[in-house]
Design a protein around this ligand. Sequence first.
Ligand SMILES: [Fe+2]
Length: 183
Amino acid sequence: MNDLLLELDDWPKYPFVDRFILPTSEMPLCRKVYKPSLILNQSVLRLIKEYGLIPERLTIFHQRPGFTGESIHTDGTPGDPRYAVNWMLGDSTFSWYRAVDKRIPPPTNLNTRGFITVFDPTAVEKIYTTKSNGPFLANIGVPHKGENFGTGNRWACSLRFYNRFPNWSATYDFFKSKALQLS
Ligand SMILES: [Fe+2]
């Protein structure tokens, strides 16, 4: 098992319906929340159903060229078994971090996507970076951030579900066994 991610080779490489226009902004980072059934293509919706997953929301994070300023955070409090299926469009890195300092910051309340916990960048060290465009299953209960080192736009499309698992290991095993079952 990988503690941070699982490449989802059986999931479609491009998730959206044909007419969908990716959001852009003049701001360095902008976040837009969508209802999954309105913008995901039939291949993805069919697969989600076969997996027995219930989509909650799809958030698209647009980052302008060269933007590396996203905060290092966990979704929920650190250790919450949060997961997402991520597609990365454009040049992208996605990195995970480990706290090297015992101080765990208080969660920050963000109305549109629940609690996140933001970490002081001097209190963590990077453990792994992927340049994968996905889709991949991401452990977002571990501190992480996305960056755009490229000269074009980057979009991180993060699909969240109502289904809950007791921990990352159970989440990983669920996705792995569904892929085997359905292949
Ligand atoms: Fe996140």
